[in-house]
Design a protein around this ligand. Structure first.
Ligand code: IVH
Length: 661
């Protein structure tokens, strides 16, 4: 029996690495669960073969009273910071003045908490937090629940590695969603959530938090025969530890800076948060030569991204009503600089959020901007209240049309259910005309609002009747004959758009640009789609129950049928050209695009490929035929290389595009 137990442990450990480290599972979840159940059954039957490092023990263990304090064998240092190109370059210059030209290793500064882990005889024995750098806490039980950390490795000598435990953005969102539903306070950011999870005395809670880790430092690497920092990372990577895929060597600090600029944008697409880039001198001997200050190594530095949080005054709260009728509370802020732009408004999401955060008008508030996401109010600063602050009472009437706002039983949002509400009308027409939908140049939100006020635009199909108001439009302030002619031309042109653009433009609940494309390619005509039943729709990959239901409901409505008829009689195209497939070397291929392309936008490249009969997907798997990559391509490219999938640079792609033009 012992053999079978050991065999199962070996298999499960291997599958764990494939799934959590290499991101390429070779067995199904069901098969994994079956083997795990068999192992747990055998371990229960034969407790004499129990092993605390068994893969069955990753779900958490006994509840602790407190964490034991542990003295680090070697001090856990932190890093000096720089905040600009100038500071970074002067750090590098000082180094090169001292020791001559050096090679740099640049890597993501993972926003989590530093951790040291130790192995003896090939087994994981201990995990300790950084603490004050000298003494940390023994969090072995909690760290053991992180599936990507191998419990057994081939190297038998004692060794320690260091890295960062963090909470992936997706785990963070899910955790806070749960907290919201339970009415419990949410975590402010993934770092706090990770730290809170590692500090749990009950490791079952830590296990449920879905933490992960990257490893970036091997103390005293030269004792293992290694010559450079990068070699040390490759050594532990080969052993099965996760090493960040963006780690790159550079021969000059100018190139490091270009990498930083790229990552400043790319960070928004990463599934984890980073708060900067760490730059290290690669060669161990040179590191030794440079040495340490009392607190930090001189051979490494952290470049910190500009703050994405700022403090400002919440002057007022106003409600905006979107095309679905959703009434969103927004903060009017005293303008403040935030990550390179000036912010004067931010979302407050919904009534519960305002109450939960106890945000009051007049408060000083912390505002955050994450990438291109709309800025949000994170919290208010209660200590700074002077008694003039007033709590916000959510209005009962729509600020635009004056009809009652409704809050449905299972939703946090309020809705204006009046389908004639001007805000709803203006926003749905503007959405129809927007770039990714029907792309009617010259018909932005402001114009739609103006035309609506004049009584010319009340429904989407009124767009095609605007010509009736030619003279009135031309005589509008700042709207000459030329603008009118351009607008009419854009409206005429949009009639021949493919069906997917129209479908997206209609603003059917749950149907975004991607779902619209899938539906159009599948049904080819509006009529066929309108006949589709719920059971037809749910058989389509990527169309879930809720979306299917929304589509069926939408096409049952009287108003929809009237609208479609009217659009048809205005000459709007209702088919997805099927003969549009242009034969090319991409036809029939499954393709993934990654990194930032210079000559194509992602959408354009995708459209180009789809027109040629290729399927463009978001993730690399065994089914992928080609991965086309631009600058700063990360894990997808690595995965493609590991799976031996054909890869293509943007230049190579362009060569084919030009050849086949
Ligand atoms: S190197 C002697 N590399 O940033 C080497 N640190 O501000 C010391 N961190 O305490 C650390 N990502 O918690 C290093 N790629 C990375 C890192 C990283 C995140 C954290 C770490 C450290 C803090 C310093």
């Amino acid at each position: 029996m012992k053999e079978r137990i050991e065999e199962l442990r070996g298999l499960l450990n291997q599958y764990n690495i494939e799934y959590h480290v290499l991101d390429k599972p070779t067995i199904s979840d069901a098969e994994y669960d079956r083997l795990m159940r068999e192992l747990i059954d055998l371990e229960t039957k034969y407790p004499e073969f129990m092993d605390p490092l068994s893969p069955s023990q990753r779900i958490g263990g006994p509840v602790l009273d407190e964490f034991t304090k542990i003295q680090h064998k070697r001090k856990m240092m932190s890093l000096g910071n720089v905040f600009s190109e100038e500071e970074l370059k002067s750090w590098a210059k000082k180094i090169e003045d001292e020791v001559g030209k050096v090679e740099f290793c640049a890597e993501c500064k993972i926003d989590g908490l530093a951790m040291s882990i130790e192995y003896q005889g090939g087994n994981f024995v201990q995990a300790v937090t950084r603490g004050d750098g000298e003494v940390g806490e023994d969090v072995t039980q909690n760290v053991k629940t992180i599936r990507s950390i191998p419990m057994n490795v081939s190297y038998r000598e004692e060794f320690e590695i260091r890295g960062e435990v963090y909470m992936p953005k997706s785990s963070f969102e899910a955790l806070n969603e749960g907290k919201r539903q339970q009415g419990e306070p949410e975590f402010a950011n993934p770092r706090n959530a990770a730290a809170g999870s590692i500090r749990q005395l009950d490791s079952k809670i830590a296990a449920s938090r879905k933490l992960d880790a990257f490893w970036y430092h091997v103390p005293d690497g030269e004792t293992y025969g290694l010559k450079t920092h990068y070699e040390s990372l490759m050594w532990i990577k080969d052993m099965g530890f996760r090493v960040n895929e963006n780690t790159t060597l550079f021969q000059s600090i100018d190139d490091v800076w270009k990498f930083i600029e790229r990552m400043t944008i790319e960070r928004n697409n990463l599934p984890y948060e980073i708060d900067g880039i760490v730059i290290k001198v690669n060669n161990y001997e040179v590191q030794e030569q440079l040495g340490y200050t009392v607190k930090v190594p001189k051979w490494a530095i952290a470049y910190k991204f500009p703050a994405e949080e700022a403090v400002t005054r919440l002057e007022d709260i106003f409600i905006t009503v979107g095309r679905t009728g959703k009434a969103t509370p927004n903060a009017k802020l005293t303008p403040v600089r935030l990550a390179g732009t000036t912010v004067s408004a931010a979302t407050l999401h919904n009534e519960d959020m305002i109450n939960q955060k106890d945000v009051r008008i007049g408060d000083l508030v912390v505002v955050r901007k994450a990438g291109d996401i709309i800025p949000e109010v994170l919290r208010s600063i209660e200590d700074k209240r002077d008694g003039t602050q007033v709590p916000f009472i959510f209005p009962t009437l729509c600020p635009d049309c004056g009809m009652p706002l409704h809050r449905f039983a299972d939703e946090a949002a309020h809705y204006c259910v009046n389908s004639d509400c001007p805000s709803r009308i203006v926003n749905s027409i503007a959405h129809f005309a927007s770039r990714d939908a029907m792309n009617i140049d010259g018909l932005g939100e402001k114009k739609v609002e103006q035309f609506h006020k004049m009584g010319w635009l009340n429904k989407v199909d009124d767009i095609f009747k605007l010509k009736e108001y030619r003279d009135e439009i031309i005589s509008l302030d700042k709207f000459g004959l030329k603008s009118y002619e351009n607008l009419v031309e854009a409206i005429d042109q949009c009639k021949s758009n493919a069906l997917d653009k129209l479908l997206f433009g209609l603003g059917i609940r749950q149907v975004g640009a991607k779902a619209a494309r899938i539906l159009a390619n599948r049904y080819k005509t509006m009529d066929a789609l309108m006949q589709a039943t719920l059971s037809d729709l749910i058989t389509i990959d990527d169309i879930g129950d809720i979306t299917a239901d929304a589509i069926v409901t939408y096409f049952k409505e009287e108003a929809t049928l009237r609208l479609i008829d009217s659009l048809k009689s205005s000459g709007v195209n209702m088919v997805q050209e099927s003969d549009a497939t242009i034969e090319s070397s991409f036809t029939g291929k499954t393709i993934v695009l990654t990194g930032s392309l210079q000559r194509f936008s992602r959408n354009e490249a995708q459209e180009y490929l789809e027109k040629r009969g290729a399927t463009v997907t978001g993730s690399v798997s065994k089914k992928t035929d080609i991965v086309i990559y631009g600058e700063a391509a990360g894990s997808k490219l690595e995965k493609a290389q590991a799976l031996k999938i054909q890869t293509m640079t943007e230049d190579e792609f362009m060569e084919i595009v030009e050849r086949e033009a």
